[in-house]
Design a protein around this ligand. Structure first.
Ligand SMILES: Nc1ncnc2c1ncn2[C@@H]1O[C@H](COP(=O)(O)OP(=O)(O)O)[C@@H](O)[C@H]1O
Ligand SMILES: O=P(O)(O)OC[C@H]1O[C@](O)(COP(=O)(O)O)[C@@H](O)[C@@H]1O
Length: 398
């Protein structure tokens, strides 16, 4: 008798990110290469809940050209129904009815939290479906263990345990390009620009952008400025201007806070820079918005999506009922498998610590590179550092 071919499905969920298409292509093709059937679940968890045409078998050619396309070609969604047990019941039923043996989910921390919840509830979801008569014992028998693997697709770079999320370097590249454009006009008019970048509660994108563009000043959620931040910012910018700089760039993460947990908005910063009694700079605000998520992926994200997609298929094929659910990470340039639950828990912990204004602990929970980058930024852009890094008076400051 021919051996049962495994059915492996891939889905993209939450905010789209450049590189998700590389993941889908790699999963589909690796699954086929390794003798499995490949499926795509369209529109994230929404497709899993709805079933039917949203779960589609894919052929090798169906993913041709995916590497150079932006967004996610199989669609994504923020699915309210999946937050409810009823929605997850429906999703479980559709998985069994379509014979899906394993599910690879590419999304941000929200999607992976949902995946973890789905996995932990799986036995009880099947039990309930049988008790309600939606499925029978024979139908659920081959699917007793939910085989799930996560891939981190998000521009925010906010998942603990991986050096880079798929999409973060594309967004960073887009931000740099935009800041370069803005700098040309800023310099021409000798203006200041306050540039808001995405990242939700995470300052990674803003920090990397500040390092890469040499921004004059930076606001991120994990490292709020001292209470005198207004004076500090004006002093640093005045110093830069005194040294002949004709443009001022302030990068502000969308989740920026002060030490007391109050939001620091781009308009607050703009008003300070423009204040006639102070710097009196002609100041504009640019909110980069979804431009950061759009467009095709940079080479790094295409590679990351492909290498991690291949690894995800290997991981589902090697998994046994005893294997802990994993996600695929990149650590010191190596593609690795790591426990999903621990990473999701630690990621949520950072957000909670920020909310509780326990900023040092939040900073410590981000990778060590985060504080290293922050220090390097402070030293190379001379934006003041709350007394932690002293720059000598006679050092060159640009
Ligand atoms: N705690 C949760 N329980 C169940 N599903 C969740 C949970 N958190 C997120 N999800 C699912 O994942 C989807 C995407 O999450 P979201 O946080 O919006 O994006 P991202 O994955 O990019 O962080 C949600 O719309 C929901 O369907
Ligand atoms: O596209 P929306 O729904 O406005 O969401 C914006 C959010 O999505 C992101 O671009 C990506 O976040 P996720 O990866 O968590 O979805 C955030 O940086 C931003 O806060």
């Amino acid at each position: 008798m021919a051996e049962h071919k495994k059915n492996i499905a891939v889905m993209t969920s939450g905010g789209d990110s450049p590189g998700m298409n590389a993941v889908v292509r790699a999963v589909v093709r690796t699954a086929i290469y390794l003798g499995c059937n490949a499926y795509c679940v369209y529109e994230g968890y929404e497709g899993l809940v709805r079933g039917g045409k949203y779960i589609k078998q894919m052929g090798w050619e169906d993913v041709r050209g995916y590497l150079s396309e932006g967004g996610t070609l199989i669609g994504t969604a923020r699915c309210m129904a999946f937050f409810e047990r009823e929605g997850r019941l429906q999703a479980a039923k559709n998985m069994v009815l379509n014979g899906i043996d394993a599910l690879i989910i590419c999304g941000g921390d929200g999607s992976l939290t949902g995946a973890d919840r789905f996995r932990s509830e799986w036995p009880s979801l099947l039990e309930e479906l049988v008790s309600k008569g939606d499925l029978d014992q024979k139908q659920i028998e081959p699917y007793k263990h939910l085989n799930i693997v996560g891939l981190v697709g998000s521009i925010d770079n906010d998942l603990s345990g991986t050096d880079a999320t798929i999409g973060a370097y594309s967004a960073l590249s887009r931000i740099c390009e935009m800041v370069d454009y803005i700098e040309a006009t800023a310099s021409s008019h000798s203006r200041a620009f306050v540039i808001e970048v995405m990242g939700r509660h995470c300052g990674w994108l803003a920090l990397m952008a500040a390092v890469a563009t040499g921004a004059d000043f930076l606001f991120i959620p994990e490292k709020p400025r001292e209470d005198n931040w207004k004076e500090e910012m004006c002093q640093v910018i005045k110093q830069h201007r005194n040294m002949g700089k004709r443009k001022t760039i302030v990068i502000i993460a969308e989740g920026a806070l002060d030490k007391h947990g109050n939001k620091i908005s781009p308009s607050m910063v703009k008003d300070l820079l423009a204040d006639k009694e102070g710097l009196g700079l002609d100041t504009r605000i640019t909110t980069l918005g979804h431009v950061q998520r759009g467009g095709s992926a940079v080479a790094y994200d295409r590679m990351l999506g492909t290498l991690q997609g291949v690894e995800a298929v290997k991981a589902v094929l090697e998994a046994t009922p005893e294997t802990e659910t994993c996600f695929i990470a990149i650590t010191e340039n190596k593609i690795t498998r790591k426990p999903l639950m621990a990473a999701v828990k630690e990621t949520k912990e950072v957000a909670k610590l920020i909310e509780a204004q326990r900023f040092n602990e939040a900073m410590a929970l981000r990778d060590t590179e985060f504080s290293d980058q922050y220090k390097s930024y402070a030293m190379s852009a001379n934006t003041g550092f709350g007394g932690e890094v002293k720059v000598q008076e006679n050092e060159v400051r640009v």
